[in-house]
Design a protein around this ligand. Structure first.
Ligand code: GDP
Ligand code: MG
Length: 661
């Protein structure tokens, strides 16, 4: 049994599925989080029920790719029932989709979600009456707290079992007559959503036209019907149908909805008066980001110190003692290779946990969604729309999902511009490198220095986009709705649900690719046999390249250049590689700590900063490249892989030279 969860973006579809099935699909309050169809299996009444999560959509006559995913899934035969999740605080807009869904004539229930917000704002609704008018069960739910989940699933299950289908929504007489007429013409067509297709034929919708492409006579009948109707109404049929639906919605809401005399959304609006203020909005955004870095830094510091001690001093020494009865290379591999490399990366876990925590708060509270609003004007200058910034913000977490998220961001042209910008967003793998270096080389203004790296990335991204926008062939920009969720206080559970996948992913990578890279690197440093690190193949090759970086200030020590190469696999590997290289080297000189050694590889803090700039820009990791390739093809990937190192070199050079003045 397949049950689809359908609704506008941000109505809580994913949250409802999670609360029903106890799953952990990603919840988020901006559109674009659920790009593809996702499925969760629930055992119910000894049956396997598939709960299908879909991208949000406002209509079944969609524009964007992700909305099309939704339509094609729910129009397919294997969907047995629909749970229409609506935001009860925005019923007029949400019920539009409900009316379209009713045309599908499949078992359905309506979840009035966000019922807590609804009550909080002082609204009231007569659910019995609404249920009668729509001929369908209407159930208030609070997905984030699991309220109403049992009833939802049991009602839809019953409806599917009894094949209970709501009475169709009745259109205006003439329209209704033509619908019947077309459905009758489709008698012999294999299709079990005939009413829906008939309505869409009248709307002259691609989907319906395409569905009946093998039946030219019906298409011709439909065309005649459209002509009859538009002559009768004196207006476009689709327009008439759309307006008719809204008119009916208004009639229904008139009967069932009691709006408060004073809307309690006022608080949210007051906040927006400040946070979205024409002059204050953007500066406040930077202040908030600065606070996030500052709090991340100072909050995690003690924990980072502890994990650092744990991996470097405690675990390293314990293992060294433990392995002392084995040949020397075993303990060298484990302690100098793996622990030094992976441990160094892992010691930043508390730092990232803090970052993810604050990001989750920004996202859950509803602030993130506002950033696209703030930057909408700016966006139009580079051929984008405000919602494109959602992809860019996702890029601060990880560039890979950011690349995939561009799918829901409109035209191919806009997507290409975004794909060119995303690699400049400082992902959370770059963050520990920034932190390691700023704590080594700078005594004050650390958060500001890190913020400046983020800003530099953003600035260059805009610059590139600006150029791309000039040269890419122009096409029309589709209008987009900007829907701002009301602010709410995030629940701990929702925050955890956002943090955990990121933490899991970080640990997974530390345990897989970073261990592997550390082992391989350890192997290479010890080749040829009997060499010292300084005479190893790795050192020989790296020493060839190292002088290239002299103008950037870090062309003296191969130990910090080699990690740039391995770091193309994943940026954390820059750190683990330094750990491994210096770990092995420490055999000959252990008077210095790892941090001190890194410190000694740079002539001054300007060179260290130039190094960070280079790392920010020089190349996206292989996973990002793969994502770009799969979404946009070879050409764009190769373009990015060539221009990025060049940009990195030039910018890093300028930064170093300017700082040295
Ligand atoms: P989707 O886009 O429809 O999948 O929406 P999500 O499930 O991602 O939820 C969007 C946001 O609304 C998240 O921040 C949820 O935590 C929040 N949310 C979901 N259901 C409710 C609810 O009933 N009440 C409140 N206050 N928030 C909710
Ligand atoms: Mg979702």
């Amino acid at each position: 049994m397949e049950i689809a969860f359908v609704g506008n973006p941000n109505t809580g579809k994913t949250a409802l599925i999670n609360s029903i099935a106890g799953s952990d699909l990603e919840v988020g309050n901006w559109s674009g989080v659920t790009v593809e169809k996702k499925e969760v299996t629930l055992k119910y009444q000894n049956e396997n029920i598939h709960l299908v999560d879909l991208p949000g959509t406002y209509t079944l006559s969609p524009y964007s790719i992700e909305e099309k995913v939704t339509r094609s899934v729910i129009c397919a035969d294997d969907i047995d029932g629909i749970i229409n999740v609506v935001n009860s605080t925005d019923l007029r807009r949400n019920l539009y989709l409900t009316f379209e869904l009713i045309d599908l004539q499949k078992p359905m229930v309506l979840a009035l979600n966000m019922f807590d917000e609804f009550k909080k704002r002082g609204y009231d609704i007569d659910t019995d009456k609404l249920s009668k008018l729509l001929d369908m069960q209407v159930i208030p739910t609070i997905a984030s707290k699991g309220l109403g989940k049992k009833e939802i699933i049991s009602k839809i299950y019953e409806n599917i079992k009894n094949n209970k289908i709501s009475k169709p929504f009745v259109y205006q007489d003439h329209i209704e007559k033509e619908i019947k007429f077309l459905m009758n013409k489709m008698k012999d067509v294999e299709c079990n959503i005939k009413r829906f297709v008939a309505v869409k034929l009248l709307e002259n919708d691609d989907f319906a036209l395409n569905k009946l492409k093998d039946y030219p006579s019906i298409l011709e009948e439909a065309k005649q019907a459209r002509i009859r109707l538009s002559n009768h109404f004196g207006m476009d049929v689709k327009k008439f149908i759309v307006e008719y639906r809204y008119q009916k919605i208004d009639e229904i809401l008139e009967q069932v909805l009691k709006a408060p005399i004073v809307d309690k959304v006022i608080l949210s609006d007051r906040l927006d008066n400040i946070l979205l203020n024409k002059y204050l909005g953007i500066p406040l955004f930077f202040v908030i980001m600065f606070l996030v870095f500052q709090l991340t830094f100072s909050g995690s510091q003690p924990l980072v110190d502890w994990t650092n001690w744990f991996f470097q001093d405690f675990l390293g020494h314990k293992l060294e003692v433990l392995l002392s009865s084995y040949p020397h290379w075993v303990s060298s591999l484990v302690v100098d290779g793996i622990i030094a490399g992976v441990g160094l990366v892992l010691s930043f876990l508390p730092l990232l946990a803090f970052l993810y925590f604050f990001m989750a708060i920004l996202q859950e509270s509803g602030y993130m969604a506002r950033i696209s609003f703030l930057l909408d004007k700016l966006a139009s200058k580079i051929g984008l729309k405000g919602n494109g910034f959602i992809s860019l913000i996702l890029g601060f977490g990880c560039n890979v999902p950011a690349i995939y998220s561009t799918r829901s961001m409109g035209t191919f042209r806009e997507r290409i511009i975004l794909a060119l910008m995303i690699p400049f967003m400082s992902c959370s793998a770059r963050f520990p490198i920034y932190v390691l270096f700023t704590s080594l080389f700078f005594t004050s203004y650390k958060a500001l220095i890190i913020l400046s790296l983020y800003m530099l990335g953003i600035f260059i991204a805009f610059f590139i986009a600006f150029i791309a926008n000039k040269f890419l062939p122009k096409n029309e920009i589709k209008p987009f709705f900007l829907e701002l969720p009301t602010y709410h206080i995030p629940t701990t559970k929702a925050i955890w649900n956002l943090m955990w996948p990121n933490i899991k992913d970080f640990l997974y990578r530390a345990g897989s690719i970073i261990v592997l890279a550390s082992v391989i690197l350890w192997g290479i440093i010890n080749l040829p046999p009997k060499s010292t690190p300084d005479t190893s193949y790795l050192a020989q090759v790296s020493k060839e390249i190292t002088p290239i970086f002299k103008p950037l200030g870090f062309g003296e020590h191969w130990e910090v250049v080699a990690p740039l190469i391995s770091g193309t696999l994943a940026k954390e590997i820059v750190i683990s590689s330094m750990g491994t290289i210096y770990g092995v080297e420490s055999n000959k000189d252990s008077s210095l700590t790892l941090q001190q050694k890194i410190h000694s590889a740079f002539p001054n803090s300007k060179a260290a900063f130039a190094y960070l700039v280079f790392i920010l820009l020089y190349i996206p990791c292989v996973s990002t490249m793969a994502a770009i390739k799969s979404e946009f093809g070879w050409k764009l990937m190769i373009l990015e892989v060539t221009i990025l190192p060049i940009i990195a070199y030039i910018v890093s050079f300028i930064v170093y030279q300017v700082l040295s003045l």
